[in-house]
Design a protein around this ligand. Structure first.
Ligand SMILES: Cc1ncc(COP(=O)(O)O)c(C=O)c1O
Length: 395
């Protein structure tokens, strides 16, 4: 256990998250070292909004999917030229704010013909040139059909204020099959070559949400380096030679996070050992948790090297029988007051939980900078302030 963790444990009676920026940097370096030279990185802010400020210094772009995420970036003073404003639905007000802001230098994705028309109208109304990244659908509700995207490319000269800077494509998360990447890249390559052939348009870049996977559970066999090697080979084989920006969330952020929760009660019910924590499923959600059947990487703070004694069912403090964090977790000898550390919790875990169920507090969030400085970036948050009825007579 490091000195920082010891200090944090001494000042925190309740659960908290810690995001380690050195690990975030190492992760972006790892991806860069394992991808073809010149590949750019775009960090999907949704994975962990708390490290946005630090991530901005490590990647070329940030993908922002809501006015709330845009506000987070603005409040951190992030240059708009780094922003890709993405997201299925962009409200008319949000689009207007972006289009009317002469300082805004970011990119806006286009998810539908209606959104495209809204952007045409706004650019003309304000006489502002907009950089657009139409999103090609993968067959879901996201993005544009090929025919619609074709139309935008064909008619591009009609809208001189709209600058199509490339194509975005995202097809899902946790993809660990090289075959799937091969299918997708070959399809994209063909489509991009077709745009050149049919409309004389050389796609300036492809922003590809790869869905690079994270191995969250013990026993999962992910050979990341060989997957990235295969992926890089596929990228290099693309005939279109399109420059690629990799849009990624969990693969960048997951490894930088740890979630600490105290064991507050211990018991044996009908032969099962239960460790009750002050946290729970409203604080931590792993992708594909499968009702706690999988074993995440957990340690007991200060007992990292102690032999494992027994198996425990670790549950949270919510009053629902569903609040089982892990079943059959093998742990060293534990007592109340011990602290469990859940690793690889830097992406989505802190925001995908059912935060408001039972009006319990949300944990404090800390950031550990590379120079050793520790910051609290959110105090523990009382959700009762949201769930409490506030009567405002309307009629
Ligand atoms: C458009 C887009 N880009 C990137 C991401 C990030 O995905 P991941 O965290 O799996 O890298 C998502 C996730 O939903 C997304 O919708």
């Amino acid at each position: 256990m490091t000195e920082t963790i010891k200090k944090l444990l001494s000042i925190n009676e309740n659960a908290f998250y810690l995001f380690d920026i050195q690990k975030l940097r190492q992760r972006t370096e790892f991806l860069r070292n394992n991808l073809p030279d010149g590949t750019k990185l775009c960090y999907a802010v949704k994975a962990n909004p708390f490290v946005t400020g630090e991530a901005a210094g490590l990647v070329e772009r940030l993908e922002i999917c809501s006015p709330g995420e845009a506000e987070i970036c603005r409040s951190l003073g992030i240059d708009s030229s780094k922003m890709v404003i993405s997201g299925l639905y962009k409200s008319p007000l949000f689009l207007r704010e972006l289009a009317s802001d002469k300082e805004f230098k970011g990119i806006i994705t286009v998810e539908s013909v209606i959104q495209y028309e809204q952007l045409c109208d706004l650019s003309e109304e304000y006489g502002i040139s907009l950089r657009l990244l139409p999103r090609l659908t993968n067959g879901s509700q996201f993005g544009l059909d090929e025919a619609d995207l074709d139309m935008m490319i064909r008619d591009r000269e009609k809208h001189s204020l709209l600058n199509i800077i490339g194509i975005q494509f995202f097809s899902g998360t946790q993809k660990n099959s090289a075959k799937k990447y091969a299918r997708e890249l070959s399809y994209l390559d063909g489509y991009i070559l077709g745009l050149k052939e049919r409309f004389g348009f050389s796609v300036p870049e492809l922003e590809y949400g790869t869905g690079f996977p994270v191995s969250y559970f013990i026993g999962e066999s992910l050979d990341e380096e060989s997957l990235l090697r295969e992926f890089s080979g596929l990228m290099k084989n693309m005939q279109s030679r399109v420059p690629v920006t990799i849009e990624s969330g969990r693969s960048i952020a997951a490894s930088c996070g740890s979630y600490y929760t105290h064991i507050v009660d211990i018991k044996q019910n009908k032969g099962v050992n239960y460790a009750v924590t002050d946290g729970g499923m409203h604080h931590i959600t792993y992708f594909g948790q499968y009702m706690a059947m999988k074993q995440p990487f957990i340690s007991v703070a200060g007992k990292e090297d102690a032999p494992h004694e027994k198996e425990w069912t670790i549950c949270g403090a919510l009053c629902t029988m569903n609040d089982i964090m892990v079943k059959q977790a093998s742990l060293p000898e534990i007592k109340t007051g011990d602290v469990l550390c859940f690793e690889k919790t830097g992406a989505y875990c802190m925001t995908e939980g059912i935060s408001l169920l039972l009006s319990r507090d949300l944990p404090a969030v800390y950031i550990l900078r590379e120079n050793g400085e520790l910051y609290r970036v959110r105090p523990a948050f009382e959700t009762s302030t949201i769930n409490k009825p506030k009567y405002e007579r309307m009629f």
